[in-house]
Design a binder for this molecule. Structure first.
Ligand code: CTP
Length: 418
């Protein structure tokens, strides 16, 4: 039996918190509930009070009839400060649903309501379950805030993918199911950390190459490309969410690392090759979304080349090793290798078929770079996924997060069909 302090913030998913209280009390836990003012617009205190068997609080200035005690405790003789007493008595503080606003406040250390004050004063493990619209969840501000909280030791229970509250909307952002929330509390209580997500990629190691390499010309200049790394990062996040252990080799990417993903930063094609080779033997799936330079300056200058030095500057380039081809040559049975190809115009698919066979891959993701509305530096993509068994899947224009899901679906289908 444990004492669970449940913080409910504003969001439609607040109704699921009622089921959580029912489950937790049914399992023998003592529960107290604090609500943010906005959560009252979704679910009233009477339901939480009835299910928890204890008063529900919203404000630091409200008198707590139970004086901070949980249902299994005798209230103290004095009137304590409720935010301090509640967290002092709690074994775990679960915030579910955690709205984007509450997450932002917690990341900033604000304490403008009882829920936030409790979080700031909590010495016990804090478990946080985000729930919101997918665009809000994927906004860089929310991603950064969750990362900050995770770095401070807050255990994040990832939201699920599926139908969202607003009509016709699909995506990431559904509050995790009450059973998963309760087992996250159990794991926190047992000091085990949140249990590894049990998704369809659980137990798989996924290695992802993302971003664009830079080949030094001198100490300040380089030959680069316009890959932002968004596609590779979307894949990393999606695979992690499906339960995979993800290693992300990032070449010059200015994006936040998805929570739970192991990141290795590299700059040049040579560094990318070394980092990928070091992790390849362990991986089950390789997704090579990086834009790797095919040529590198043969002799980068030490220091900065001065314009006065030459009238005509010639840079001699030598070919780099093909990282993907090199890894494919060392592949062991059971590994799934996916390449990416940016091709121009009508022959894109035909050229890509040749690359798929030439590099000994299981699948190749092709996008048409003659179009400005997809691909590099935009958050949308439209791809064709070709597989070595002759399969073809056209993924219509969608966010890179959505395209990532389609790529992972293909990977799992290919692995299942072996
Ligand atoms: N790739 C790689 N190492 C390289 C070049 C490419 O690992 N030096 C990988 C890319 O990450 C991608 C796939 O190979 O997954 C296809 O890349 P692409 O540049 O389209 O193919 P190339 O074989 O370099 O052909 P092209 O002549 O069209 O550049």
């Amino acid at each position: 039996m444990a004492r669970i302090l449940l913080g409910v913030s504003g969001g439609i998913a607040a109704y699921k918190a009622l089921e959580l209280v029912r489950l937790a009390t049914g399992a023998g836990h003592a529960v107290r509930v604090v609500q943010s003012p906005n959560s009252r617009r979704f679910v009233g205190e009477a339901s939480f009070a009835a299910l928890s068997g204890a008063p529900v609080l919203m404000s630091e200035f409200e008198r707590d009839p139970a004086r901070g005690a949980f249902p299994d405790q005798e209230p103290p003789s004095h009137d304590p400060l409720s935010h301090l007493e509640l967290v002092a008595n709690a074994d775990v503080f679960l915030i579910a649903p955690a709205s984007a606003n509450t997450i932002a406040k917690l990341a900033a250390g604000l304490a403008d309501n009882l829920l936030c004050s409790c979080a700031l004063a909590a010495g016990c493990p804090v478990v946080l379950a985000p729930a919101m619209n997918n665009r809000m969840y994927e906004h860089p501000a929310t991603v950064a805030n969750l990362r900050t909280l995770a770095e401070r030791g807050v255990r994040i229970v990832e939201p699920g993918v599926g139908r969202l509250a607003s009509k016709g909307e699909q995506g990431i952002g559904r509050l995790a199911e009450p059973e998963a929330l309760l087992s996250a509390c159990d794991a926190a209580l047992a000091g085990r950390g949140v249990e590894a997500p049990v998704g369809e990629m659980a137990g798989l190691c996924v290695l992802i190459g993302a971003g664009g390499t830079r080949e030094p010309i001198d100490s300040v200049r380089f030959i680069g490309n316009s890959s932002s790394g968004r596609m590779g990062f979307a894949l990393a996040q999606a695979a992690q969410r499906r339960g995979a252990h993800v290693t992300l080799v990032a070449a010059n990417v200015a994006l936040e690392t998805p929570v739970g993903v192991e990141r290795r930063d590299v700059a040049s094609a040579g560094e990318l090759k070394d980092a990928c080779e070091a992790a390849f033997a362990e991986c089950d799936v390789l997704l090579m979304a990086a834009a790797v330079a095919d040529f590198t300056p043969a002799e980068p200058a030490n220091g900065k080349i001065k314009k006065a030095d030459r009238e005509l500057l010639e840079i001699v380039l030598r070919p780099t090793a093909d990282v993907l081809e090199g890894l494919a040559a060392q592949r062991r049975p059971g590994q799934t290798l996916v390449g990416f190809a940016a091709e121009h115009g009508a022959e894109a698919v035909e050229i890509a078929r040749g690359k798929l066979a030439g590099k000994d891959l299981d699948a190749l993701v092709v996008n048409d770079i003659s179009r400005a509305d997809i691909g590099f530096e935009v958050d949308a993509n439209e791809v064709t996924i070709l597989s070595a068994d002759g399969g073809r899947r056209d993924v219509p224009r969608a966010s890179k997060a959505h395209v990532a899901e389609a790529i992972l679906d293909t990977v799992l289908e290919l692995r299942a069909s072996r």
